[in-house]
Design a protein around this ligand. Structure first.
Ligand code: SAH
Ligand code: SF4
Length: 385
């Protein structure tokens, strides 16, 4: 087995180069070829010595994820379904906006947390993605989009770990992947532009604060433990008081001076004025001085098995007003890509019924809305060193 170079952050790649008897600075050159230029063929790497290129051919490879399908929404959102083997698939979503391009990345095939309102949660847990599989989503999307949009400049300016899975339950693969995103020789994203979203894995929030403090979003969804226990089962292990304490500890390291709280608006479940008042009280009073936060209300994206409904617009507005009036910056998330099931919580990776995955993957291949362009390495002509 040769090494998948997408599995390495720069430090890991330097160690790999040293094992090959090469100087560490070679790793920087190699890293830039892979992530900044999207190369996959070692022969393209013209400033590396021929002897090193030959060594790499026998010891290393770059493992792209096969694209099962690609769908483009009327609003420009693009969703890819990637095959991660063994009948599992994961999704990544590109969301273009005027001033940024955001990629929503998956961290696991399925998810073990099992939130009631989440399609990924309903499918159960299959496995953790490797660092290389997390990075491959960004690597593919960035270099595909440069060709698609015919630009040589950077397309993805923000990454949110809000695809399938609970990133903090795949910590050891997550952190090197974040480092690749942040590295100036990699994607060069600032810590503020990389967001980890978590349902509240308290000990790992502390570790992330120490190891790699990027922006943090916490999926709150309820203003009290009784309701949160029911919606986000992980709350039984890490209840709200502990979660909010962890948020305050994280803020010491965070690149922004607030935590983003996500709150999915479920009709008649967590969207009443009383819930808004409780929520305002909770975040303003917790621990005496409260938690510095912004609140992002997410209209629920329904899927058949949930048995839940989206809150009416007027209810969301009324909820937002109570919080704003209490001095909490509150925004309502625009729903993007829901015509292609790419909106929050609709990412099921098409593996809900794993016994029929092969069949469904075959079907997916025939229902692509757009032809899939070749993966970075297959498109040598577009390489602009
Ligand atoms: N596991 C992490 C990150 C992935 S989920 C987490 O839970 O934070 C990303 C966001 O989508 C979370 O805030 C999640 O609560 C929200 N979400 C999940 N299902 C949803 C749905 N059906 N409609 C709207 N938002 C949803
Ligand atoms: Fe997992 Fe997040 Fe979905 Fe909950 S909302 S089941 S933690 S992916």
């Amino acid at each position: 087995m040769t090494a998948n170079l997408l599995d390495f952050d720069l430090e890991g790649l330097a160690a790999f180069c040293e094992r090959l008897g090469e100087k560490r600075f070679r790793a920087t050159q190699l890293f830039r070829w892979i992530h900044q230029k999207g190369a996959t063929d070692f022969d393209q790497m013209s400033d590396l010595a021929k002897s090193l290129r030959e060594k790499l051919k026998t010891t290393a490879h770059l493992q792209a994820l096969p694209v099962i399908s690609q769908h483009e929404s009327a609003d420009g959102t693009i969703k890819w379904l990637f095959d991660v083997g063994g009948g599992n698939a994961v999704e990544a979503v590109f969301i273009p906006e005027d001033d940024r391009g955001t990629l929503c990345v998956s961290s696991q095939a399925g998810c073990a947390v099992g939130c009631r309102f989440c399609s990924t949660g309903h499918q159960g847990f299959s496995r953790n993605l490797s660092t290389g599989e997390i990075v491959a989503q960004l690597w593919f999307a960035e270099h595909f989009l440069r060709r698609h949009l015919q630009t040589s400049g950077r397309v993805i300016s923000n990454v949110v770990m809000m695809g399938m899975g609970e990133p903090l339950q795949n910590y050891s693969a997550l952190v090197p992947a974040l480092r690749v995103m942040l590295d100036d020789h990699g994607y060069g994203l600032s810590r503020r532009r990389v967001t980890v979203s978590t349902s509240g894995v308290v000990p790992m929030m502390d570790r992330l604060g120490e190891d790699c403090p990027v922006a943090l979003a916490v999926s709150l969804h309820a203003p009290n433990d009784a309701l949160r226990d029911n919606l986000v089962p992980l709350n039984r292990k890490y209840p709200l008081a502990e979660l909010l304490d962890a948020c305050n500890r994280y803020l010491v390291h965070a690149p922004r001076d607030f935590i983003t709280f996500e709150y999915c608006m479920l009709d008649g479940v967590n969207d009443q004025p009383e819930h808004a008042r409780q929520l305002a009280e909770l975040v303003r009073r917790h621990g005496g001085s409260g938690v510095s936060c912004k609140l992002n209300l997410i209209p629920f994206n329904p899927f058949p098995a949930s048995g839940l409904l989206r809150s009416p617009h007027s209810q969301v507005q009324a909820f937002a007003k109570i919080l704003s009036d209490a001095g909490i910056v509150t925004t309502v998330r625009k729903t993007r890509g829901d015509d292609i099931d790419a909106a929050c919580g609709q990412l099921a990776g098409d593996v809900r019924d794993r016994t029929r995955v092969g069949e469904r993957i075959a079907q997916q291949r025939t229902v692509m809305l757009m032809p899939v362009k070749p993966a970075p390495g297959e498109a040598k002509e577009t390489l602009r060193p």
